[in-house]
Design a protein around this ligand. Structure first.
Ligand SMILES: Cc1cc2nc3c(=O)[nH]c(=O)nc-3n(C[C@H](O)[C@H](O)[C@H](O)COP(=O)(O)OP(=O)(O)OC[C@H]3O[C@@H](n4cnc5c(N)ncnc54)[C@H](O)[C@@H]3O)c2cc1C
Length: 477
């Protein structure tokens, strides 16, 4: 692979939109994962034609290109493992159309999720995939990761809202995929291939998204459990009975303690909390779902508290969950929260067992782990809390990660629910998808024969996440 000619890049996007001094390159060398690597240049195109010209040049010269939104990904997806160009999409941040009659909007890839929802709100509609990182995550990054969020239990992950898109391919050509209509049966659903493609197939330059009506009523409450197992059983019961909640989130005791230490929220120090929410246009319908959830949770030892329809009160109830990820680093003065084995999905019937397993595996390997997440959609988050200065901790983390993924595979779960694969999860992903990796490689070759787009990710990532790149941390003792 070659290095980019800075003068050529400056001609394409203008000198002010090319960064190449070491401080800037360092910032663009990491995301929210444990990985780090230096790019050769950061380029910030402002329009589709510039993206096309950039890719034409990179393809002819065999220069790696890593598309990047906000860099909030958790698995090293935007870490430029072979150097090259980081293509920052944040200047392409226009909302191009909000079409209420036809129920879609068109946006550029660098639009921030919260900004889209701010623009939609006066029209009484919202874009529902919304990850907890919605304040920073871009629509391009969400699509390329198939992000989901607290309300995905009712409204689906990103893939359910993507109708179509425009993509610049590796050779600089522009293609339009999908449609603007709700349904389409016109051949291969190529836009679906780009959902979860992690920047390896093309650069998304426009997305057509559907949206939904903002419900008139939302009720949220906390269900307290003295046993994590019981909370897991309650999740399976609620989902198994088809209770139509708009949110069902688990927060375990490690997470509760971290949030209380970091934010002094005074969350009840129980073994587990479930946050439940129902929404709808008719209050009785909302009450019906909340009552059904309450009944099933009570059967499993839960106690519903703080139920409220008031937006400010709901925001207060949700605050601890919303700020959970940064709060985890406050669990202890000597431990840092790392995004490792952090977002599996498991069948509902295995939720309780998975939560318990996570704690057992952590203890056996000398690290601390949490069990939390959008459990209503099958997602089970963890973070590994450890002393990142200690090489022993990294070894323990490595063993814990391998054990967790082996367990998840054994119960029919999947490596990632929403954070994607990147570098950190590639080993587990390759094991889980062993019989379809050749198909994925063939797809990659068809779209990007010279392998310039985000190389060495997913099926192509180096074996062994711990040594695949430099770490963002210094492990010295
Ligand atoms: C505190 C915190 C909370 C989080 N909570 C959630 C959550 O609840 N749910 C969830 O799903 N995720 C969550 N995440 C992870 C992350 O925020 C999401 O995956 C998000 O979608 C990434 O968006 P981004 O703009 O930062 O993308 P980046 O990290 O910049 O990129 C992600 C991937 O998308 C590709 N990409 C970006 N733009 C384009 C484009 N235009 N064309 C082609 N490929 C592109 C990149 O190459 C990369 O592979 C969280 C992260 C943090 C830090």
């Amino acid at each position: 692979m070659s290095k980019p000619d800075i003068a050529r890049l400056q001609t394409i996007v203008g000198p002010e939109h090319v960064k190449h001094d070491p401080a800037d390159l360092y910032v663009y060398g990491s995301d929210s994962s444990v990985h780090r690597a230096m790019p050769d240049a950061v380029v910030r195109p402002g329009k589709v034609e510039e993206v096309q010209e950039l890719l034409r040049y990179a393809n002819e010269s065999r220069i790696p290109v890593v598309p990047r939104g906000s860099g909030s990904g958790m698995c090293g997806q935007v870490v430029p493992i072979q150097g090259g160009i980081v293509l920052d999409t944040k200047r392409m941040n226009r909302i191009l159309e909000i079409n209420l009659a036809d129920v879609y909007c068109r946006v550029e890839p660098g639009v921030i999720d919260d900004d889209l929802n701010k623009a939609l709100k006066p029209h009484g509609v919202f874009y529902p995939a919304t990850p907890a990182s919605s304040r920073i995550a871009t629509i391009g990054g969400e699509i390329a990761n198939n992000a989901s969020g607290v309300r995905s239990v009712k409204y689906g992950a990103t893939r359910e809202s993507v109708l179509g898109m425009k993509v610049v391919l590796a050779d600089g050509s522009l293609v339009t995929l999908g449609a603007r209509t709700r349904v389409e049966a016109s051949g291969y659903q190529l836009e679906r291939l780009f959902v979860g493609s992690e920047g390896t197939l093309g650069v998304l330059v426009e997305a057509t998204l559907s949206f939904v009506r903002i419900p008139k009523y939302r009720a949220m409450g906390m269900v307290l459990f003295d046993s994590l197992d019981d909370a897991g059983e309650a999740i399976a019961a609620v989902m198994g009975k088809g209770v139509a909640l708009s949110m069902l989130e688990l927060v375990d005791s490690v997470a509760i303690r971290a949030v209380n230490t970091a934010m002094d929220l005074g969350l009840p120090e129980v073994d587990a909390i479930l946050l439940v929410e129902a929404d709808g246009m008719v209050k009785e319908a909302v009450e019906y779902e909340v009552e059904a959830a309450r009944e099933l949770c009570e059967k499993h030892g839960g106690k519903l508290t703080q139920l409220s329809y008031d937006p400010a009160e709901r925001a207060r109830i949700f605050l601890g969950r919303k700020k959970l990820f940064p709060a985890l680093s406050k669990f202890s003065d000597t431990m840092v929260s790392t995004a490792l084995a952090d977002d599996m999905a498991v069948p509902y019937s295995r939720m309780a067992e998975t939560a318990r397993k996570i704690h057992e595996i952590a203890e056996r390997n000398g690290v601390v782990m949490t069990a939390y997440g959008h459990c209503g959609s099958g997602c089970m988050h963890t973070k590994i809390l450890m002393d990142t200065a200690s090489s022993e901790s990294w070894e323990g983390a490595q063993r814990a990660v391998a054990e967790i993924y082996e367990y998840v595979r054994s119960v029919g779960g999947t490596t990632s629910a929403e954070h994607g694969i990147g570098i950190s999860k590639a080993d587990a992903f390759k094991r889980e998808k062993a019989d379809s990796l050749d198909l994925m490689r063939a797809v990659k070759r068809a779209f990007d024969p010279n392998n310039i787009l985000n190389p060495q990710k997913l099926f192509d990532a180096p074996r062994g996440w711990l040594t695949a790149t430099d770490l963002r941390y210094v492990a010295s003792r």
